[in-house]
Ligand binder design. Sequence first.
Ligand code: PLP
Length: 357
Amino acid sequence: MARALKAFINSFALHRNLVKVREITQNKKVLAMIKANGYGHGIVNVAKSLQEADAFGVACIEEAVELREAGIQNRIVLMEGFFDAEAELPEIFRLNLEPVVHHESHIGALASCENPLRIWLKINTGMNRLGFPVDLVHPIRAKIAENPALSIAGYLTHFAKADEVDNPFTQRQIEKFEATIQHLPEEKSLANSAAILAVKNSHGDWVRPGIMLYGVSPFPKRHGALEGLIPVMSLRSALIAIQSLAKGEIVGYGGDFVCPHAMRIGVVAVGYGDGYPRLAPTGTPILVNGKRTVLVGRVSMDMVAVDLNAQPEAKVGDIVELWGEKLPVETVAEAIGTTAYELLTGLSTRVPLEIIG
Ligand SMILES: *Cc1c(COP(=O)(O)O)cnc(C)c1O
């Protein structure tokens, strides 16, 4: 029997979550963010499940190549533009990709470009990561207009604090963006998942949902179902051994966990080599046969241990859910002190993805 660990990807849920985005935004265009291997869900299958998206957003040309080679024909935006003009521009033309232009070096590289190219212009309104300062937007736009091969698809900005509902910083970013581009005819895009859900005046012409497409809430202390979303990934494994231990015996490396009383311990085939964080502490929730229990002791490369005291009937081969439909990845992330984004994108290539639905 193969190792039981698998990430089940519910493609129907992906589709439903996109429908939800359209409902909330009253049919704004959707630039579906599928960077980082579709947030760990498998970029090609995610793209196929989200075919009706108006465009896909990826972080780099390698991700775009993978999509085109799999036959994906949707528009694709390179969210960080290109890193090496000489190497990437020929591919960008060949694959009909749309780079985000966010830096002076991009302008120089594109000045002499002869192939028709659609670009997006990124504006920095306070996140201070990528984008032109607002006072350079009009000069840059004029410079781009000098080359008839180039056309601007739209303007982007990105929020730093949209997950902090009602933080006035977000409205200040919106005001800065609008004051800069309000009379320009091209399309506008501001909103990530948090802004789609909580900042109605940020929807612009295009929204850019990421985490919500995967059924996950962008807000602290919440989970996808509360936003009307369906979780897409269920990470499941199985019990591969059971230990009956006396009070005072240890579990795992370093003996960090010492049994406070006689214990039945289950060993599960998942570890940090799969992307389950080594720093997950004793007490992190885990489901065995659909019932909630906790991780005990240190996470190993290929295994973790769970408390089976409340489940005397549990046996080798029984199903374990690390996160998913019945145990929100947000809840697990919070117990570990990280985010659902990091857990999902951190799955290693050793974990097979199985598409269902
Ligand atoms: C990743 C990303 C998003 C999506 O963010 P979520 O919080 O996952 O919705 C939107 N815009 C940009 C520029 C991004 O890089």
